[in-house]
Write a protein that binds this ligand. Structure first.
Ligand code: ADP
Ligand code: AMP
Length: 218
């Protein structure tokens, strides 16, 4: 399956993607994780992305689209992928359509994780991620690691993302409403959007998403 996960920052896209990707045996492709890996490796792409990320702005399409397409072209994505955080504006959504058309492929679904803004703010405030792999995500209250400050998956150090500070989060929510939300209507016009209520336990949200995907293939 080829799936896009959409929702405000902190909605739980990365958290859900980890479980959904495992259940569906497809790779989890997060442009945010790809940028953070580039930053920690000190690549030119990482250096360019960092200033935008720290300001809570989108990294320019000229950088982002090529990086996402390159990742979708890896062998492990031949039978499907779960996109998390891409596309994030209409230009990226149109480029993704062109890319898929050019490869004779189609999206199966766009899962829209719906969470009230006050909950999103609480989720972001407590988010802790792993220094070794930013797809390993925890929460200081709601999803605690077994040992404080240590990643359950790989033993890496947990830390708070620089862009999870209060000021940057305000910008990121604004960017979400103005630039990303319009892609939901774009995909509604293609009849691809399934809204998933994303309050409740992580496992409950995963069950809702899996049930919605199963219903699509029946
Ligand atoms: P996104 O990828 O959409 O920005 P994350 O998956 O990183 O969001 O989740 C944001 C924070 O919320 C993380 O700290 C995560 O552990 C926590 N979280 C995710 N899903 C839930 C949930 N259903 N209930 C409570 N906290 C959650
Ligand atoms: P995320 O990990 O999805 O919360 O993304 C963190 C930051 O990375 C965002 O605030 C943006 O600065 C940048 N980013 C991630 N994905 C994209 C994208 N598709 N387009 C532009 N910028 C992105």
């Amino acid at each position: 399956m080829r799936i896009v996960l959409v929702g405000p920052p902190g909605a739980g896209k990365g958290t859900q993607a980890a479980y959904l990707a495992k259940n569906l045996a497809i790779p989890h492709i997060s442009t945010g994780d790809l940028f953070r890996a580039n930053i920690s490796q000190g690549t030119p792409l990482g250096l360019e992305a960092k200033s935008y990320m720290d300001a809570g702005q989108l990294v320019p399409d000229s950088v982002t689209i090529g990086m996402a397409e390159d990742r979708m072209g890896h062998a492990d994505a031949a039978n499907g992928f779960l996109l998390d955080g891409f596309p994030r504006n209409l230009g990226q959504a149109e480029s993704l359509d062109d890319y898929l058309k050019g490869h004779d492929l189609k999206l199966d679904a766009v899962l829209d994780l719906e969470v009230p803004e006050d909950e999103v703010v609480k989720r972001i405030a407590g988010r802790r991620i792993c220094r070794k792999d930013s797809s390993h995500v925890f929460h200081a209250e709601y999803n605690k690691p077994e040992t404080e400050g240590v990643c359950d998956v790989c033993g890496g150090e947990l830390y708070q993302r620089d862009d999870d500070s209060e000021d940057t989060v305000r910008n990121r929510l604004e960017v979400y409403h103005t630039q990303t939300e319009p892609i939901i209507d774009y995909y509604k016009a293609q009849d691809l959007v399934v809204t998933i209520p994303a309050l409740g336990k992580v496992s409950e949200v995963t069950e809702r998403a899996m049930a919605a995907l199963k219903a699509l293939s029946e």
